[in-house]
Design a protein. Structure first.
Length: 273
């Protein structure tokens, strides 16, 4: 196997309680010591049959993990590690995190979660004051010097906001947007009626196509489960993401449990064994 990518949930803890979240546990119960997490990293990045490994560090809120910089520094030194990304709610940042992340060459993207450029919609899902907090902290996150992407989970309450979100992202001089689709798991089961209907998903794809100025019909892209809209000075690029369930990906949980996908709740292995 030449390449592999995975999502590493290093903690369940989070300072938000987003209504659509696929988690339903927010405690420290499964959190591991730095040495244990380094051991997990040894097993994954030290696997000789994989030449290039990329990782999305997430949670919960990963910046709550007290040893995150030490862990990132450790991962950064593996020859097989080709890319590190951090998924965060951007509700806080400090000088230690800024300088620590900035120094790591293999950190490529900071992926920031918001649900809408409008407070009324975003804060209903993510909590009062969330969007304002993100806007204020974006200035600090730019000091890190990494590319910044917005991650939005599309549901019936926000898919109409796509054009405005694109305008917001460009005004903030961000690198792009990742569009994913709401799956009612964990906390999200309480709002399962907000799962996108087929006509809503089609409308969302049409909005994304319009923004990227690609001459395709939405029906031609229905096989994709997510989209990356990337901005450059001259052009907007669109990438579609298929389901990567299988050999090329996994979800690693805080206690070492491995799932084929975070949204497929079937444990297949355990790194602590």
């Amino acid at each position: 196997m030449k390449s592999f990518g995975f999502q590493w949930h290093i903690t369940d803890r989070c300072n938000l309680r987003c209504l659509h979240c696929y988690q339903d546990i927010f405690s420290k119960e499964r959190e591991q010591s730095l040495e244990t997490l380094k051991g997990f990293a040894d097993k994954i990045f030290g696997y000789k049959k994989i030449k290039k490994i990329s990782v999305n560090i997430t949670g919960g809120e990963p910046l709550l993990y007290p040893h995150i910089i030490e862990l990132l520094e450790y991962i950064n030194e593996f020859e097989s590690c080709c890319e590190i990304n951090i998924i965060t709610n951007v509700t806080f940042i400090n000088d230690t995190l800024i300088s620590g992340i900035k120094s790591l060459k293999k950190v490529k993207y900071l992926k920031i979660s918001i649900e809408s450029p409008f407070e009324s919609t975003n804060d209903k899902i993510r909590g009062e004051g969330s969007l304002n907090n993100v806007s204020e902290n974006l200035t600090k996150f730019r000091m890190i010097g990494k590319e910044i992407l917005i991650m939005i989970t599309l549901a019936s309450y926000n898919y109409r906001d796509i054009p405005d979100l694109i305008d917001f992202s460009k005004r903030q001089q961000l690198s792009g947007i990742i569009f994913e689709r709401f799956v009612p798991l964990g906390n999200g089961k309480n709002i399962k009626s907000d799962f996108l209907k087929s006509y809503e998903w089609k409308s969302a794809i049409e909005s994304i196509l319009s923004a990227s100025q690609i001459d395709l019909k939405a029906e031609e892209l229905v096989q994709y489960k997510a989209f990356w809209l990337l901005f450059s000075k001259r052009k907007t690029f669109l990438r579609g993401a298929l389901c990567n369930l299988g050999k090329g990906s996994m979800a690693l949980m805080p206690d070492g449990s491995i799932f084929p996908c975070r949204r497929y709740n079937k444990k297949v292995a355990d790194l602590k064994v």
